[in-house]
Design a protein around this ligand. Structure first.
Ligand SMILES: Cc1cc2nc3c(=O)[nH]c(=O)nc-3n(C[C@H](O)[C@H](O)[C@H](O)COP(=O)(O)OP(=O)(O)OC[C@H]3O[C@@H](n4cnc5c(N)ncnc54)[C@H](O)[C@@H]3O)c2cc1C
Length: 371
């Protein structure tokens, strides 16, 4: 969405947090010929992560799952960054019951986050070229009219990863493991080749297991043969981790401050995929401010339904755990090509299941403040 709106040249807009959502807002202000300063508490952008690949979801079934598709999506939101991209097509799936290999009809688009050639470095370069002012090591108190893009405020889920020196794991393959013992409540663990010499094993968990995520990863590496064979006694050369905070607020404007990305709770409690929410909410906050539009109406129109579906899926996976994955993959055999669209329920079945689980999850959140 390349935003063309009436420029407010007299005011310098202020954004706090130079992550995805802050950079998305900043670039869109600058493209609209508006002055903008972005404050970042760290000494550079992308310092909240060690380099890792993250899945950028497609916005519509018609967008291709490729580097061109990812760029098309970013362009639609006014962004034109340079970054490192990887396709994930071939997967070894591993559950408590079986290991099988699949290839995806539509590969998962993976974007580098953190460090050189990352998405945020690309966005920061684009922002600087457009004249956005950066203030590093700066964390001002937000005031009315600011955009607050400071990332997760809550810890609903965590991810912890360990890097290993390894050049044997096939470079065009990924491992995706659903095992309740190590990633309880339907979460997952994966192995991803980083470069020619390094792989990363990452585990994801949510409350009440979040604090055990690291211990559970190393336990899986010790106990599951498929991981033991990959690691082959090597010791980790580094680690990476982070948290995710999910909310479904009635309003994302508090005391006149526009909250974007995870600062607003715009995150996916099912898989922790928050990049799309961040990019879109950042651009929408800019548009709301520049055009005096209702930000709440804009984000609700854009992703209210998606948030509901993500919350419902979390409810399904929290209750059924790995059985939900096993059920979805029940007809898939070793070597099959898989189309995710066909695995997901559709029609009235989908509406019934999703509405029921959405209501249950929201009730749980109200009662226990947990997903
Ligand atoms: C390990 C891991 C793996 C993930 N994998 C995926 C994935 O595969 N797909 C996906 O879609 N999402 C994934 N996510 C989630 C995704 O990275 C986030 O949802 C997204 O980055 C949120 O963007 P944001 O703009 O809200 O915050 P962030 O990108 O976290 O940026 C916040 C910025 O604000 C700065 N900041 C914080 N406090 C202040 C302050 N007081 N003043 C100034 N600056 C401040 C921080 O330093 C940071 O630069 C993953 C997250 C983690 C941790």
């Amino acid at each position: 969405m390349a935003v063309a709106s009436k420029a407010n040249n007299s005011k310098k807009h202020r954004i706090i947090g130079a992550g995805l959502s802050g950079l998305s807002a900043a670039i869109n202000f600058a493209k609209n010929d508006e002055k903008v300063v972005i404050h970042e508490s760290r000494e550079d952008v992308g310092m909240q992560f060690h380099p890792n690949y993250q899945v950028l979801l497609k916005e519509s079934p018609d967008t291709p799952s490729s580097e061109a598709g990812a760029k098309q999506y970013l362009n639609r939101w006014g962004l034109n960054p340079k970054f490192t991209f990887k396709d994930a097509k071939k997967f070894i799936c591993s559950t408590e019951k079986r290991d099988f290999t699949i290839s995806l009809k539509e590969p998962l688009p993976l974007i580098l986050r953190g460090g050189e050639n990352s998405l945020e470095r690309g966005l920061a370069n684009e922002a600087k070229d457009l004249g956005v002012e950066f203030k590093f090591k700066s964390r001002p108190k937000p005031k009315a009219g600011d955009i607050l893009s400071t990332g997760p405020k809550r810890t609903d889920m965590v991810a912890f990863g360990a890097y290993y020196e390894n050049s044997d794991f096939p470079r065009d393959q990924f491992l995706y493991m659903h095992d309740e013992k190590y990633s309880p409540r339907g979460w997952y663990l994966y192995v991803i080749p980083m470069d020619d010499d390094t792989i990363k094993i990452m585990n994801c968990c949510s409350k009440p297991y979040a604090k055990q995520v690291r211990k559970l990863l190393y336990k899986a590496v010790e106990e599951r043969d498929i991981l033991k064979n990959i690691v082959d006694g090597a010791k980790p050369t580094g680690t990476v981790g982070g948290q995710g905070g999910v909310d479904f607020p009635k309003t994302a404007i508090k005391d006149g401050v526009y909250h974007t990305g995870e600062a607003a709770g715009f995150q996916d409690p099912w898989r922790g995929f928050g990049m799309n929410y961040a990019i879109e909410s950042g651009a929408l906050a800019q548009r709301a401010i520049s055009e005096s539009l209702d930000y709440d109406k804009l984000w609700k129109k854009q992703f209210h339904q998606r948030k509901k579906a993500d919350i419902a899926r979390r409810g399904i996976f929290a209750l059924l755990g790995n059985r939900a994955f096993e059920y979805g993959m029940r007809k898939v055999k070793d070597g099959d090509e898989v189309d995710w669209e066909e695995i997901n329920p559709s029609g009235w079945k989908k509406s019934l299941i999703y509405n029921t689980f959405y209501s249950m999850e929201m009730a749980k959140k109200t009662m226990w403040d947990s997903w």
